[in-house]
Write a protein that binds this ligand. Structure first.
Ligand SMILES: Cc1cc2nc3c(=O)[nH]c(=O)nc-3n(C[C@H](O)[C@H](O)[C@H](O)COP(=O)(O)OP(=O)(O)OC[C@H]3O[C@@H](n4cnc5c(N)ncnc54)[C@H](O)[C@@H]3O)c2cc1C
Length: 468
């Protein structure tokens, strides 16, 4: 048990929250997207939340918690999906939300503190007609360090690939969890030590990111009578070199009509859709192309009336993990998967899965650049009927050469490539020798002998027990 009184006196002056209801709320993320994680993690809570407002306070917290052997789980704004920011072994939630300044903006780059919300960064950089290259669909609420430590890509990935593509993050400042915490500046390949490591091996205290030219992106929704027709049009658009998009996604009927409630008036129930964010100067050529491809434009924000636009969320809040969120609001029994349809042949594998599962797994693809080629990341809805069938659906995807990044697991490895990330593990040995940072998330650290080829789920022995 954490000695809260001692911790409080040692960290006097740093904002501390120990009201159990608020601590529990700040110990949660969007883990409940998964019926499995909902069962496993619903009870998880920290002992208290600490909110440092600068790097010196982060160092004080880490030094004290190291000495007292208290687990520390960092948190941005808690929009992660797999219990990433949940303190499985209790202890401290380290909220970076108050440490949120934008330090500088220059041509092509910005430097921000970890808790800076992406929308706030963009509001400032837009004054100089620049914007973030990539952002998750949670742009309005997510923090920059949370995105880098927990996310993978999003709006903009059609041009820039994923966060982990070299060049999409320029520099990170990281504090270690040691007797005397060190402050490290990571660049180039070293960034991979902590990117998408769920904060298991260091606390990010500063981020330098590249910027792109800003546009007043036009939201466009295109309808198609057949899902594979929508996929073919989207793929065609993604491969047109003369057009500029920030987002290209497809969603299979009846999901758009049934779950995009505010856009429902534009979409027939049997229509699949292509969701687009288009640079204004690309609208005319896009319309010419859609005329030839026989894509029906259902909505475009640049010509919609004020009346039509009233109450509509932006298109990016229909895409990525917002598609699933909108579905869950209508039908809480659904869940989802995360897959990859590699190029070439991505349309063939999408077709195979579409034909195999039909409405049990309605399609949702995000077109992205991956190692220079257009391919499709899948976030299909799953009409969940039980763990056994869910696991079978995953196995069938994998047997058909479609990798699944399992969103129903809380460990880095099971949610990722199902192998040890030696770089992240080596850095954890160096930067968190007592294993106190976000415990339970890195199998390679917790149980080096665990054999994930047996397809057994890893259960963290330190997971706090649920109350009787
Ligand atoms: C509706 C919805 C849509 C989403 N869309 C996308 C999407 O398009 N693309 C995408 O990639 N993700 C997406 N996500 C997942 C999530 O929103 C993003 O990963 C988001 O950027 C996380 O930011 P956050 O501030 O909420 O991080 P949190 O959830 O607070 O944290 C995420 C991870 O980072 C760690 N962390 C936080 N701050 C630090 C720090 N300073 N140092 C070290 N580790 C830290 C946490 O411990 C945790 O493991 C979506 C989630 C939802 C619910």
């Amino acid at each position: 048990m954490t000695d809260i009184a001692r911790l409080k006196s040692a960290l006097d002056g740093i904002r501390i929250e120990d009201n159990p209801a608020i601590v529990k709320q700040k110990s949660r993320d969007f883990f409940w997207y998964s019926p499995i994680l909902k069962r496993e993690l619903d009870h998880v809570t920290a002992d208290l939340v600490l909110s440092p407002k600068d790097e010196a306070e982060v160092i004080r917290v880490l030094r004290t918690c190291y000495e007292m052997e208290v687990p520390v789980t960092p948190r941005g704004t808690g929009t992660g999906n797999y219990g990433q920011a949940m303190p499985l072994a209790g202890g401290v939630v380290l909220s970076l939300a108050d440490f949120n300044g934008l330090k500088s903006v220059s041509r092509g780059r910005a430097v921000a503190e970890p808790g800076a919300v992406l929308a706030n960064i963009d509001r400032e950089t837009r004054k100089g007609e620049q914007e973030l290259r990539l952002h998750p669909s949670t742009w309005a609420t997510a923090s920059i360090a949370g995105f880098i430590a927990g996310g993978s890509g999003g709006i903009g990935s059609i041009n820039w690939g994923g966060l982990r593509d070299i060049g999409n993050v320029l520099r990170l400042r990281v504090v270690t969890m040691e007797e005397n915490p060190r402050v490290l500046e990571l660049t180039g390949w070293e960034l991979h030590k902590v990117m998408h490591a769920y904060g298991t091996n260091g606390i990010i205290t500063e981020v330098e990111i590249p910027l792109d030219a800003a546009y007043d992106w036009v939201d466009v929704i295109v309808g198609a009578d057949d899902y594979m027709r929508a996929v073919a049009i989207a793929d065609h658009l993604a491969n047109r070199d003369g057009l500029l998009f920030k987002e290209i996604a497809t969603v299979a009927a009846p999901v758009p009509h049934d779950y995009f409630l505010r856009h429902q008036k534009f979409i027939r129930r049997d229509q699949s859709v292509i969701l687009l964010m288009v640079a204004p100067h690309a609208m005319d050529p896009l319309m010419a192309l859609l005329g030839r491809e026989k894509g029906e434009v259902l909505y475009r924000s640049d010509t919609a009336s004020a009346e039509e636009k009233k109450g509509l969320p932006p298109v990016y809040e229909l895409a990525w993990n917002h598609t699933t969120l909108r579905g869950l609001r209508v039908d809480p029994t659904i869940t989802y998967l995360q897959t990859l349809h590699r190029s070439p042949g991505h349309r063939d594998s999408v077709r195979r899965m579409t034909e195999m599962f039909g409405d049990e797994v309605p399609g949702h693809l995000e077109f992205i650049r991956f190692d220079g080629n257009v391919c499709a990341a899948g976030l299909p809805i799953v009409r969940y009927t039980g763990d056994e069938r869910l696991n079978e659906i995953i196995r069938i995807h994998e047997d058909n050469g479609v990798p699944v990044f399992n969103p129903h697991r809380y460990t880095l490895e099971e949610g990722g490539m199902k192998q040890t990330d030696e770089v992240q593990l080596a850095f954890k040995r160096e930067a968190d020798p007592k294993g106190l940072l976000n415990p339970g998330k890195m199998i390679a650290w917790e149980n080096p002998d665990f054999d994930w080829k047996t397809s057994k789920t890893y259960l963290f022995p330190g997971l706090q027990p649920a109350a009787e």
